[in-house]
Design a protein around this ligand. Structure first.
Ligand code: ATP
Ligand code: MG
Length: 180
């Protein structure tokens, strides 16, 4: 499984629709300060269901929508879609290619989709449990995260090992069952 494509439209500095295509290997994104490199990582966090604005370097969720410039009007929504090659079926879904998207309007209305079908945030989270990809995963290592892992509380460190060991989904299911 690998990340094949990121489509961004109206998210942060990306007013024009843009497609980043990746191959199964290492890709670097380079550019001057302020050109939007970190915004690409934020877009991936966001589409994976990040709800904490601090993690997205914003003060409120609406701030992820393109705010306009001197000669360009603000956008009415932000849209991000990421596509994984799933030929090895590491994602537990019956498709060789999986696209997850999120759209947010200024009204606050928002929607998630998996392969074109509207889903709940919970479904997006479940798709990525134990893959290391989800917003709680370790596939996006932000600035300062290594420090937090090294100097964090044992329980927090434990969460990372649970994800790597592939037992998060069982823990969540147990918790859900206990609540009922
Ligand atoms: P550095 O090399 O300094 O880390 P970078 O390439 O990572 O830079 P980013 O932090 O991704 O840069 O991009 C910052 C830019 O994104 C700023 O110019 C900021 O104004 C712009 N930006 C952030 N949110 C929005 C928004 N909602 N609308 C328009 N522009 C935005
Ligand atoms: Mg940056």
């Amino acid at each position: 499984m690998y990340l094949k494509n990121i489509e961004i439209h109206g998210f942060k500095s990306f007013a024009n629709k843009i497609n980043f295509q990746f191959h199964n290997g290492i890709t670097g994104i380079v550019g001057p300060n302020g050109s939007g490199k970190s915004n690409v990582a934020d877009a991936v966090r966001w589409v994976l269901g990040e709800q904490k604005t601090k993690q997205l370097r914003s003060s409120k969720m609406e701030d992820v929508i393109f705010a306009g410039t001197e000669n360009r009007k603000p956008m009415g929504y932000a849209y991000v879609a990421i596509t994984f090659d799933n030929a090895d079926h590491k994602l537990n879904i019956d498709y060789d290619e999986v696209t997850v998207s999120r759209r947010l309007f200024r009204s606050g209305e928002s929607e998630y989709m998996i392969n074109g079908t509207q889903v709940r945030l919970k479904d997006v989270n479940e798709l990525f449990y134990d893959t290391g990809i989800g917003k709680e995963g370790y596939s996006i290592i932000g600035q300062g995260q290594i420090d937090r892992i090294l100097s964090g509380k044992p329980e927090e460190r434990r969460e990372l090992f649970d994800e790597a060991a592939g037992i998060v989904k069982f823990k969540r299911r147990k918790n859900d069952a206990m609540k009922k």
